[in-house]
Structure formats: C-alpha cells, structure tokens
Design a protein around this ligand. Sequence first.
Ligand code: NAI
Length: 472
Amino acid sequence: MAQNFDLVVIGSGPAGYVCAIRAAQLGMRTACVEEWKNPKGQNVLGGTCLNVGCIPSKALLESSENYEKVLHKFADHGITVKGAEFDLGKMLARKEGIVDKMTKGIEFLFRKNKVTWLKGHGRLTANTADGYAVDVDGEVVTARSVVIATGSRARHLPDLAVDNRLVCDNVGALGFDSVPKRLGVIGAGVIGLELGSVWKRLGAEVTILEALPSFLAAADEAVAKEAWKQFTVNQQLDIRLGVKLGAIKAGTKSVSVSFEEEGTTKKLEFDRLIVSIGRVPNTDGLGADAVGLKLDARGFVEVDDHCHTNLPSVFAIGDVVRGPMLAHKGSEEGVMVAERLAGQKSHVNHDTIPWVIYTSPEIAWVGRNERQLKDAGIPYKVGSSLFMNNGRAKGQDETDGFVKVLAHATTDEILGVHVVNAHASELIAEAVVAMEFRASSEDIARIVHAHPTLSEVLHEAALAADSRALHA
Ligand code: NAI
C-alpha cells in the first residue's frame, strides 16, 4: 500500500525545506520530495539557494573581496603585502565545503524533525480518496495536502545552448576552473552584477550587456545612480545599457557576441559568457494537467494571498509563484502555509520584504522608492545621510554610500528605506522591523543607536527626515 502523509512538499529549497520542518513541528506526518544531485552524483537538499545560488555565491564574494582588500586596501592601514596571489582551486573547494555543510545541515534538521526525504522527481498524478497521489520516480505516495515548492531555473536565450563551460548560467558561473581574461555577461540584473564583480575582482575584464536603457530599474533612482558610479567608475565594470543582441556564436575556446549599441553594430569576443537574464518557474513535469492545477501564461502556479492554488489542499510557495524570487520570501511563505494547515492565521507581509544585491558595496532596500511614491500620489519627505560622515565607516574604510529614509509627509510613517554600503544587507534589518511595526521616522530618530556603529547612519537619516540632522 502507498505510504500516506499529511503533507508532501515538492522541492527542498529555502521555501520547501522550511515549510516541511515547520509542518513537522506542528505534528503533521511530512515528506519532502527532492531530486537534486550534486556534481559528485549525491542526492542533496537545499535547491538552488544552497547548491548553486545564494550560499556559494556569497562564499566567492567574500574570497574575491578579501583578495581585493589585500591588493588595494591594506596599504592604507599600513599593511604591506608583497606578491599576493590566490589559489582558485582552494577558493572553489572552500565554497563547495560550505555548500556541503549547509546541505548536510538540512538533512540533520529533517532527521531531527522527522521529515521523510523522498529522493526523486515528484509528479502529481491524481486526486484520490486517500488524497493526492504523488509519483516519485515510479513510487507513489499519497498526501492529504501538497505544497509545490519547485523553484525556478535560469532563463536561457533562444538558439544559444548553455554548456556551463563557455556559455554559462548561474551554475557554471560559480565554478570557472580558471579566471577568464575576457568575461561577457548578458543582463545587468542581480546575478550579472554579483557574479560579474566577483570575476572582475579576481582579474577578469568584464563587459555587461543590458537590454534596458536604464540601470537597476527596480531600485530607487539615487541608489541606482550611486551604484552606477561605484561599478563603472570605481570598479571599472564595462556596463553597456540599451543594447540589442544580435548573433551569438560559441566556438571551441571563445564566444562572439554581436550587438547593436546606439545605432552601431558591434562585436565582442569573450573567453566565457554568463547569461543572467532572469529565471523561469519549474512547473514542467509537475503533473499540473493530470490534477487540473492552474498555471498562468508564464508558467507560474496561480495562488491567492495565502499561497492557495485553485485546488483544495494544494499550495505553492517561493519562486514558482508570483512575487520576488527571493529565498527569504519563499521561506516565510512556507512557514505561513504550514501554520495555516495547522489551523493558525499566519500571513506574509509582502510590503516589508527586504531586497539585497550582494555587490560591493551592497545595495538593500525595503518598502517603496521615490518614483513609486510619486506614481501613487503619496506625499513624502526624505532624510538622507552619508557613511562618509560616520566614524565607524571611516575606521572600516567602508565610507561609500548612504541611507535614505522616505516617510509620509504628514503621518511620518516610514514608507521606504534604501541603503548603499558594504554592510547594507545587515543594516536593512532594522528598517524592516521598523516598517513591520509601522514606525515613524521620529521613532528611529529617538531610539538610542550604539556608537560607533554603522547603524548611526540610519539614525541620522531619520533625523534628517525631520530636518534636524546632527552630523550633516
Ligand atoms: P534579473 O531579473 O535580476 O535581471 C535580468 C536582467 O537581464 C534585466 O536587467 C533584464 O533587462 C536583462 N535582460 C533580459 N533579457 C535580455 C537580453 N536579451 N539582452 C540583454 N539583457 C537582457 O535576473 P537575474 O540576474 O538573472 O536573477 C534572476 C533572479 O534571481 C532574480 O529574480 C533575483 O530576484 C534572484 N536572485 C536574487 C539574488 C539576491 O537577492 N541577491 C541573487 C541572485 C538571484
């Protein structure tokens, strides 16, 4: 007889594995289906984020930033390092070691919480009297409820095969066996900027070709302007905006890319090419047709605010549904669904999801930017403060960037916070808490911030929103 579960979660990325753990904690007999195999052919948990996304990319960011500091920043501290070199093999092995530990960590958490790991490809086959039938590589289990957390994969260009050797997506771009002399990147989005800057710091000449005429269109304009200066002027990334791609031809050792820029046809030759033009949801082979699961025109699973699909007791979370493709958004949706299945009233506030781009400096924001507030006709005031004026930032030699607080012109409620700084990903957390509690800029201005810390810049920006900055 088929094994029966209260809940089967399909996919073990940050959305799926968190959902499975929370459901098990709440007493549900839970299984999680995962088919991912690492390059050694071992079954692993964690999905894109742990295996070929957030975690390995951050390991490489750190290594390449350390190298950059040795080359260009240590001298200011009076530290001289002669003949600095790096061992790419060791750097990659360190990254893989971190991935290995993290994926094993989820295995441990599954055992601890008694989540059954079903290894193989999960496919919905029918809605039976015993619940939904889920086929896992030929073995069928049944589940009273199902959560689809199958994630996303890199969107590829039509007619350009990704071999992850010369032409790479995020998977290949995290494991080049040597630093390419000339690296091309298609798409100046998060992945293009993060990975482009990693390889630039390690010595590659990087050219990024972006279709849109504007840079970082989703960010606040002041943030995009500062980032443009940092990346193109200070870091010498060659970013071309408004390009129209022509023929791309992969040879045996290099790739040639033809494109149109400002009305002129150009051609560049690269030793490697990263294609980072967005991601598409993984809904192929899921059995949507077999059970009548509704997908939208772009292949995302259609859900309501609580991640409920059109089918009773079937939910979908993370990259496979609407909203930003961010690991933390998926995890919180996972917790919400598990708790709602247990009868609780949980919800996710999509208005306070922090965004982070892990470049150097980092870029982070929460809430709305000036353009969105203007478009919505919401009156607002602005308070900004520079890290240049902060003692801790000076000590750390991380004085680039600013904090910008946007607050309602009359109620003073914080509507958005935007940060550019080496530690923006950590600093944004205070702004998220403030917005979640619907704080005013005055609330932040009156909270004691430790000195000397970078958090004082958020304090100062909040003071500036009321035209009473102390250090500007
Ligand atoms: P993205 O959506 O951030 O950027 C793709 C860029 O490619 C856009 O600027 C787009 O205009 C451009 N583009 C599209 N077609 C093009 C073409 N034919 N020629 C030239 N440019 C073209 O996508 P990306 O960087 O691939 O990342 C995928 C997803 O992964 C994102 O949705 C992101 O949320 C998520 N992610 C998040 C990270 C983070 O939170 N730090 C890190 C990495 C990925």
